[in-house]
Design a protein around this ligand. Structure first.
Ligand SMILES: Cc1ncc(COP(=O)(O)O)c(C=O)c1O
Length: 388
C-alpha cells in the first residue's frame, strides 16, 4: 500500500494488549494464568439459569431496546439506591452497554473534542489510553506511587489547565488496589466543581473493597450533573464473558453517551441482560460472601508471594495485587513476566505497560487472585523456586 502506515496515528503504539500477549503465553506453556482478571469459577447458578430461561422464552433474542431492557435498567437503578442511596430514573439516567469497556469508549467519544485534556490515574487500565486517543484527546497522567498509591491532590490541582475537560477516576483502582477515601473524593469533587470539569468514574470493582468502603463520587454535592459512573456485571457476578455493563448519569450526559454508544454496538447481550437484572437483586449475603471470599484469596496469594520473596503492596480492593520484584534481584518487570511461565509455570502482568513512562513501574508486577484456592496454593508453591 506504500508509504503511509495502515494504523492511524491516534492508535500508534497501542498494539496488542498485554492481556492477550500474556494469556497466549499461558496457553502456550500451560502455565497458571494469574495475568488476566477473569475468575475460574462461573457466577451464581440461578443467574445462569435465568439466562437460559430468557433464551428459551425468546426474551432478548432480537435487538433489545437501545438503552437496555427495562428490567435491567430498573435493577441498576434499584442497586444504586440500595447500596448508595442514589436515586436514578431508569428511563433517562441509565444506559446498558457492552461491558464497562463500551461505556468507557462511548463516554470518551461522546464528551471529548480533539485537543481536550483528560487527567487519569497512572498506572492506567489499558483501554483508557486507547479511548482517549480514539477521541483525539490528550491524556495527562496523575501518577500513583508505591507503596500507598494514594493520589497527590496538590499535583492533581497543578495539572488542571484551561484545556482540561475531564477527570477519569477508577476506584477501586486496577492494578494497584487503591480505594479512594471519602476525603479524597470530596477534594477531587471540589476541584471538579471549581474548574467546571466532567468526571468519569470506573467503579467495576465496587463490590470488592476489603478495607474501608466504596463511595461513589456521583453522590457528593455538585457531582450529579457532571459525573458519568460506569460499572459492570462481569466482575461482581463472575460473568466477564457476558460483557454486560452500564453507565449512569444525569439525563443530558446519558443522552450524549447514548448517541456514541448507538453507533458502536447499538445493543448487545439481549437475553443476558434479563439474567443480570436478576443478579443485581440477589440478597446482601451474595455480595458479602463474594467479597469475603476474595478477601481470603487476597491474603492467601499475598502470603505466598511474600514467602517467594516479592514485596507485596496489599490492595484495599479489586482482585489484583501489585508486587515489586527488586527484592528478588530482578529489575525489569516485562522481561521477568516473559520468563516467568518457563521458570515457574506462572503468568503475571508487568505494570510498566500501564504507565506512559514505563520507568515508573519498571519493577512492578501484577497478579490476580480471582482463582480457586488450590490454584493459588499451587502458584505460590511454584513461585517459591524464585527464592531458592
Ligand atoms: C478498571 C476496569 N475497567 C473496566 C474493565 C472492563 O470491564 P468489562 O469486562 O465489563 O468491559 C476492567 C476489566 O478488567 C477493569 O479492570
Amino acid at each position: 500500500m506504500g508509504g503511509r502506515p495502515l494504523l492511524n496515528r491516534r492508535l500508534e503504539g497501542l498494539g496488542t494488549t498485554i492481556f492477550a500477549e500474556m494469556s497466549a503465553l499461558a496457553a502456550e506453556t500451560g502455565a497458571i494464568n494469574l495475568g488476566q482478571g477473569f475468575p475460574d469459577t462461573d457466577g451464581p447458578e440461578s443467574v445462569r439459569e435465568a439466562a437460559v430461561r430468557a433464551l428459551r422464552d425468546g426474551r432478548g433474542n432480537q435487538y433489545p431496546p437501545g438503552p437496555g431492557v427495562p428490567e435491567l435498567r430498573e435493577a441498576i437503578a434499584d442497586h444504586q439506591r440500595r447500596f448508595y442511596g442514589i436515586d436514578l430514573d431508569p428511563d433517562t439516567e441509565v444506559l446498558v452497554t457492552a461491558g464497562a469497556t463500551e461505556a468507557i469508549a462511548a463516554t470518551m467519544l461522546a464528551l471529548l473534542e480533539p485537543g481536550d485534556e483528560v487527567i487519569a490515574f497512572e498506572p492506567y487500565y489499558d483501554s483508557y489510553a486507547a479511548c482517549i486517543a480514539m477521541a483525539g484527546a490528550r491524556r495527562v497522567p496523575l501518577t500513583l506511587r508505591a507503596p500507598s498509591f494514594r493520589p497527590d491532590l496538590d499535583e492533581l490541582r497543578a495539572k488542571i489547565t484551561p484545556k482540561t475537560r475531564l477527570l477519569l477516576l477508577n476506584t477501586p483502582h486496577n492494578p494497584t488496589g487503591m480505594v479512594l477515601t471519602l476525603e479524597e473524593l470530596s477534594a477531587i469533587a471540589g476541584l471538579a466543581v471549581e474548574h467546571n470539569l466532567l468526571v468519569v468514574t470506573d467503579e467495576v470493582y465496587e463490590h470488592l473493597v476489603f478495607e474501608g468502603a466504596h463511595h461513589p463520587i456521583a453522590a457528593l454535592p455538585g457531582m450529579r450533573e457532571r459525573t458519568v459512573s460506569i460499572s459492570s456485571a462481569g466482575k461482581t457476578f463472575s460473568f466477564t464473558g457476558w460483557k454486560v455493563g452500564w453507565a449512569t448519569a444525569s439525563p443530558p450526559l446519558i443522552a450524549a453517551v447514548r448517541t456514541a454508544k448507538q453507533y458502536l454496538t447499538f445493543v448487545s447481550a439481549g437475553p443476558l441482560q434479563y439474567a443480570i437484572a436478576e443478579a443485581l437483586c440477589l440478597p446482601d449475603t451474595y455480595f458479602d460472601t463474594f467479597r469475603e471470599d476474595l478477601h481470603r484469596k487476597r491474603d492467601l496469594l499475598a502470603d505466598g508471594l511474600r514467602t517467594a520473596g516479592f514485596e507485596v503492596y496489599t490492595p484495599q480492593g479489586t482482585y489484583f495485587l501489585t508486587t515489586d520484584i527488586t527484592p528478588l534481584g530482578e529489575k525489569d518487570a516485562y522481561n521477568f513476566c516473559r520468563s516467568l511461565p518457563t521458570r515457574c509455570g506462572v503468568v503475571a502482568v508487568p505494570n510498566s505497560v500501564f504507565y506512559d513512562d514505563p520507568e515508573q513501574g519498571h519493577s512492578q508486577v501484577r497478579f490476580t487472585f480471582c482463582k480457586k484456592d488450590d490454584i493459588l496454593h499451587e502458584a505460590a508453591r511454584q513461585l517459591r523456586h524464585l527464592a531458592a
